[in-house]
Design a binder for this molecule. Structure first.
Ligand code: SF4
Length: 765
């Protein structure tokens, strides 16, 4: 096979065939039971010389292409047949040769039969994660996974999985690979897999091509879709108790994200196999097409990985939808299906330029799982406000749909309400509290808006700690005004300012503090202090006066609106000083910049739009840095607010996305423990000179991933954005490494970080 010319995308994943034979004789195996029988001519074992040369080739390629990370999958045959001593030797070579150049993820795919404590110790020492093949319950598994004698392998595989579940080796347990057989009961298979408590399950469609189509029983034209959607429905009903790659791929691609799977979606496939004799090959699954199908004719002793990457069939796997058949390219579900597994497209005569032989099943599976997921999501709010089952996944993906973020905002509002009840318990009943109750009975939306103002909760926290003035009067007055209900209530002024959230700010003579009266007759608002003239305003009109500034709301062309908050005295809780009341020109500059920034966010990174629409309520202007450095910040407890010194619109778009990620994660942390609260670990991070605590690093990881994402989108047309993308991407990955090393993440936090990392790694370097 002659190498093609021109530069090709890099290769980041390698399947290393450390042993070429297997101690099982599964009759559905794509290595030994395929048309390609090249394994017969290959050595049983990969020698240390091949391992070393392969490792050097991988490292050389990673260095030349600047790859931050490389994944090596120890495979076979059966990799455990090499034994613990040789395994240690191979892992030592891989770590010492590739490790200094790129982060090395080591994974093993095994039948598990020879997994024992000694081997696990070696794998643990070198940080190898282990995936085990199991096809479900005993009869299901032993239908195919048998020894040459015909005996089943189920008990031995179960023992291996039990070993991986022990506290000593749990960290090695990567998941289970299950090959589908229609003869097996899907729900029983699912339950059997669930019982093994894997972190993740991969379902594999049986190997087939158009020449050798898959087995189909009965009249069902799409039995594989039927089989899988039976599991999908049960998985949803169980609230996704384990990760199932195929379903997660469909959900992610349905939201416009990557698939993270070779079987579905249009992710680039940057994978090469290295055989026991050092030959480079294409993915093993292609062995089912024809004898010699995966062959490249290149080997590690004479050829660089660059030369393999440039081969047409290898480079062609990295072109996404453009590389698919014309039928697939015009298919309405192509972004989720991606034409299925490459091997399943083979047909003599037209090669791989076809839809999958599972096309009908895949089409139905995509539509059906989309519909089932949608119905499941819609059913959740009726479950008395239960946590959305995809909350963690959605937030970890960097995004979050409007319903999920709306639910998160509801939880934040519930916390604020609880704090207000605690304040009333502490202070005793008051007119203001009674008024709030009266207004809520008539206009709950008005009270929700006011209590949902981002700076109500920080005030409540301060107040319960004995600080600040009582703000209940201001909340009552603001709620009544928004509801159009007449009111008279006492409000505390702070240094000449009376702020009514979402209504406006009255400016009394400087220094005026203490109680003032606020009256509203349904149209006219009057603020009366002991000294000075009453301030009279019409809250229905946006006209400011010297003494009254209505809330500055910016409404964008798509109808969404935020407040430019420059009146609330409680907003001054950011790292930098806030701007005092904006002058006219300044306000206009903010309005223009926000409008353009929102247009850019919608155009460039629409995935962030639902969450921002769902919960960003205020933008607080900060004083500019004298040297022109950017300033932006969020305040803990002030969910829904971002503060920034005014940059240009393109930078403001980045800041809004970046800072709002902190708010989202903060809200999630109010509900879930992602890290050990007692951990005093700290991590050196690339973006700060001082070591940061675990929570700070977690926040940085999450926000910087989003910043990288924005610059990633801009990188194609702007070289400096490309540099920013590379920088933030690397910062994120480095900080994730540091976070993991602290041991301070909870299992949920580990899963969250894994998902953030998976999203980042799915982006091109
Ligand atoms: S459903 Fe069929 S036509 Fe559509 S992308 Fe998948 S394999 Fe191609």
């Amino acid at each position: 096979m002659p190498p093609a010319h021109g530069s090709a995308p890099p290769i980041g994943q390698y399947i290393l065939k450390v042993h070429g034979r297997c101690d099982l004789a599964c009759d559905h195996c794509y290595v030994f039971d395929s048309l390609d029988q090249s394994w017969r001519d290959k050595p049983r074992l990969m020698s240390p010389r091949v391992v070393h040369t392969a490792a050097r080739r991988v490292a050389e390629h990673a260095a030349a292409r600047g790859l931050p990370r490389v994944r090596v999958v120890l495979h076979g045959g059966e990799p455990l047949l090499v034994g613990a001593r040789r395994m240690r030797g191979a892992l030592t070579i891989l770590r010492s040769t590739i490790g200094p150049v790129a982060r090395l993820d080591l994974v093993m795919q095994t039948n598990g039969l020879r997994l024992d404590t000694a081997m696990c110790q070696v794998l643990k020492e070198f940080g190898v994660r282990v995936g085990v093949s199991l096809d479900g319950y005993r009869e299901a598994n032993d239908r195919h996974r048998r020894y040459a004698s015909g005996a089943g392998s189920f008990p031995q595989v179960q023992a291996a999985l039990a070993l991986l579940r022990t506290p000593d080796f749990r960290e090695l347990y990567a998941g289970i690979l299950c090959t589908i057989d229609l003869a097996n009961d899907p729900v029983r298979v699912y339950e059997a897999l669930l019982a093994e408590q894997p972190p993740r399950v991969d379902f594999l469609l049986p190997h087939a091509t158009w020449e050798h189509p898959p087995v189909r029983h009965g009249a069902d034209p799409t039995p594989y879709a039927t089989w899988l959607s039976a599991i999908h429905r049960r998985w949803l009903a169980d609230d996704r108790p384990i990760r199932i790659r195929m379903f997660e791929a469909l959900e992610s691609t349905g939201r416009g994200g990557p698939s993270g799977s070779e079987q579905l979606g249009a992710d680039a496939v940057d994978l090469v196999v290295i055989e026991t004799d050092g030959h480079y090959e294409q993915a093993d699954t292609i062995k089912t097409a024809f004898d010699g199908a995966p062959r490249t004719g290149l080997n590690v002793f004479r050829h660089r990985v660059d030369e393999v990457a440039a081969l047409d069939p290898v480079a062609g796997r990295q072109t996404g939808i453009d590389g698919l058949s014309p039928v697939c390219r015009s298919c309405p579900v192509v972004s989720q299906c991606g034409g299925g597994l490459y091997a399943h497209r083979y047909r003599p005569g037209s090669g791989f330029d076809n839809p999958s032989v599972y096309c009908a099943d895949l089409r139905v599976l995509v539509d059906r799982t989309n519909e089932e997921s949608r119905m499941h999501a819609e059913s959740k709010p009726d479950d008395s406000g239960a946590m959305p089952s995809t909350l963690i996944e959605q937030i970890a993906s960097g995004f979050g749909d409007e319903a999920t973020i709306g639910w998160l905002a509801e939880q934040e509002l519930a916390i604020t309400r609880a704090l207000l009840f605690a304040i009333v318990d502490q202070q005793g009943p008051s007119d203001a509290w009674d008024i709030l109750g009266t207004v809520e009975a008539k206009s709950p939306e008005a009270v929700r808006d006011v209590l949902g103002h981002p700076y109500v909760r920080p005030w409540a926290v301060d107040r319960l700690r004995g600080g600040g003035v009582c703000r209940l009067g201001a909340l009552a007055a603001a709620s009544a005004v928004r509801a159009g209900i007449a009111v008279e209530v006492g409000v505390e002024a702070v240094d000449g300012v009376v702020h009514l959230p979402h209504v406006g700010t009255a400016y009394l003579p400087p220094g005026t503090s203490g109680p003032v009266r606020v009256t509203f007759d349904g149209s006219e608002l009057v603020v009366t202090a002991d000294a000075g003239e009453p301030i009279v305003a019409d809250p229905s009109r946006p006209a400011p006066t010297r003494a009254w500034q209505p809330a500055r709301q910016v409404t964008f062309p798509d109808g969404w609106a935020v407040l430019i908050e420059d009146g609330d005295p409680l907003r001054a809780r950011h790292r930098w000083p806030v701007v005092d009341r904006l002058r006219d020109g300044e306000e206009q500059a903010w309005r223009s910049a926000l409008t353009e920034a929102w247009r850019l966010i919608r155009a460039e990174t629409p995935g962030y739009v639902p969450a921002l629409r769902g919960a960003l309520r205020t933008v607080v202007p900060l004083c500019a840095d004298e040297d022109g450095a950017q300033r932006a910040s969020t305040a803990r407890h002030a969910f829904g607010s971002v503060a920034a010194a005014l940059p240009g619109p393109a930078d403001l778009a980045v800041l809004l996305v970046h800072e709002f990620q902190h708010g989202k994660l903060g809200a999630l942390l109010d509900l879930c423990d992602l890290f050990d609260l007692d951990s005093d670990a700290s991590v050196k991070v690339p973006w700060r000179p001082d070591p940061r605590p675990v929570e700070g690093v977690l926040q940085g990881v999450y926000a910087h991933a989003a910043v990288a994402d924005v610059y990633r989108v801009r990188a194609g047309r702007d070289a400096s954005a490309g540099q920013q993308y590379t920088k933030y991407r690397q910062w994120t990955l480095d900080a994730i490494t540091g976070l993991r090393a602290t041991g301070g993440l909870t299992p949920l936090g580990t899963s969250f970080v894994d998902q953030v990392e998976a999203a980042v790694l799915s982006w091109e370097t």
